[in-house]
Design a protein around this ligand. Sequence first.
Ligand code: SMO
Length: 761
Amino acid sequence: MDRTRDQVLRTQWVGQPLRRFEDAALVTGKGRFVDDLRLPETLFMEFARSNHARGLIVSLNVTDAENMPGVVAVLKAPEPGTLGHAAVNRVLPHMRMLPFPVLPVAEINAVGQPVAAVVATRASIAADAAELIHAEIEPVPLWDDEEPVYRHEHRAGDVAEAFASAAQIVRVTIAHERVAPVALEPRAAMAFWDEGAQMLNVWLSTQTPHRARSDLAAILNLSEKKIRVVAPDVGGAFGGKASIYPEDALVALASVQLKRPVKWRGSRTEDFLAATQGRGATVSGELALDRDGKFLGLRAKLDYPLGHWLPFSAAVPGKNAARCLPGPYVCANVDIVLEGRAENAAAVGIYRGAGRPEAAMLMERLADKAALTLGLDPAEIRRRNLIPSDAFPYRTATGSFLDSGDYPQLLELAKEKAGYDEALRMRDERRAAGEVCGIGIAVYTEPCGHGWESAEVRLDPDGSIVAATGSSAQGQGRETAYAQIVADVLRTRPERIAVDHGDTANCPAGIGALASRSTPIGGSALVQAAEQFREKARLCAARLLQADPDHLTLTESGFETAIPVRRGLTWRDLARIAQADAEIAAEFGKGLCTPVVYEAEGEAWSSGCVIASVAIDRETGVLMLERIVWIDDAGTIVNPMLAQGQMIGGLAQGVGEATLERIVYDDDGQLLTASFMDYAIPRAVHIPELVLGKIETPSPFNALGTKGIGEAGCVGVPAAIVNAAVDALMPFGVTHLDMPLSGEKLWSAMEHKMTEEGTKR
Ligand code: SMO
């Protein structure tokens, strides 16, 4: 189709730092989270959870709980076969499935796994009654080195030859701790079986309402048509709310059985125990180099823990880590082996970054070791190996197809903003004066956004232009960004666009809010739907004005024509007529609705470069982040203020992972970090001076040219911080540090010359 002047996406609103439409309600306490929802006669659910990491259920005595006043029901494991199974995304070939027991019949596989659910008139009664449930569990040994759940390989080129001809080979092994997504709002679910309508209404703090509906349908053996899932305000998710959980299914099941509303509000400890966790992989790699520091070959082994059940995206972190290698660098010869194994612990799922951080850490540690071995500057060795800017689209040795980017420019700009050469000179001066300080660089790539998403644009009878999306939100400001996108297509103001999301009853079936895909893919779907809507509205308006569609121009309030005489039709008029006029409704469809399922032509790959400066207290080992300079490329930016918010939030979580956060299980599988008393997250004081910048290489593969940004801060920031800390401790003979960089760890490293082979005196 020929694009007329109205049809080219003119960006009047895209690119503006518009304030968030969402905030007035949220900052005045008018947000509606699951726990804010009230229905008469609501019952409350609490869980009895396993104290053992693995065992056989000998007996389960719920009599005392059942007899407690106020207790309405106690749910035990249903007969095997009566409930269905949630879906697992088979992103790798040959994945072995693990059971998804809503409640276990015979075998316990992790501490914190629910063994029974109590429903009572008050949450406090349910909690007290849950304490009276006695499960006799015979402990059995923990799983040990079982068959992997998945195994996958990437092989390309001649790795043996690359290593045989190498001038130098460097090696690193990185142990990533498990970390917790810790959304501000813990998980929560509420369900109401409407007996009259024979409908199950579910409110879930979720990233994926449509998938939750399919999973609940499968688990409860109900038709999807009988289930409505609503994600109201969601107080953060970070990957931890992307899968259905046993608790969600039990809330829904209890509501169906009892025909009353049932609510569960998870506690922080329950999230630590039984929500999905992130990372946890042990990653080792070796890099073959020629004498100029060119990367000749990469061998890597990625070992992922999976926990005791598989959430929907269980294999995604491992898959992402493997396919992100060899990062932003040219390296034609690779041999990468990926394995995932079950463990008697909480499930591991996607967490902000989802495998990208592990790939970045491996490449960036290897690059630093290579620079050290060859006596090259860390920035220089990267410059020599970065994929050149004229090589895009670029096929990597692991088969990833990078759409666009300018990695050398990212590095140059970051160096410039960091005053790199001067910073190195200052570091050396401070070192000479007895200070412990270092500088670290990381360059990263991150896949963000491929596949499909749905959208529709329509006119509601009240005259509002509704943009409904299959993606959803958990605090990102998506209503604002989406309104900006649609307003540009329709030449109107963003305030006029009502964005609908997160409700299976009035949004098209979609994927949800995850994988840094909502703006690139969900936004592009909205562009397409809005363009189709605009053209349909033009034809409809032309008919009503008895004008030639080509003579209509779009104005802020509707369509206008000057030929033969000046006339116009507002969106409000159009809405009224499109609803009331049967002939028009029959021809153009109710509300001129234009549903689309948009599919991107390829994947968008964001990228960036981080330079971190740190100092370490010689007496205590306490790490001081002094400055982070970060240039990110997320393609076309829809709202720079929202994008910067995502950068800072992701960076804060990256700082947390690098310096503080660590889930600890003891040898018996007991969780030792089940509250914020034992699990440290970053606070304002931990965030250093930030210098943020961007370049924009639009993605040629989606309608907006945007790439993801929500996870970026977790990808490159930890690697730059670790490189800076290792650099700081180089004078002490330290060559390796794993996260988190706690004071104790850094102090011990200075005392004992920490290397990756272990502690050496
Ligand atoms: S880790 Mo994200 O919510 O895909």
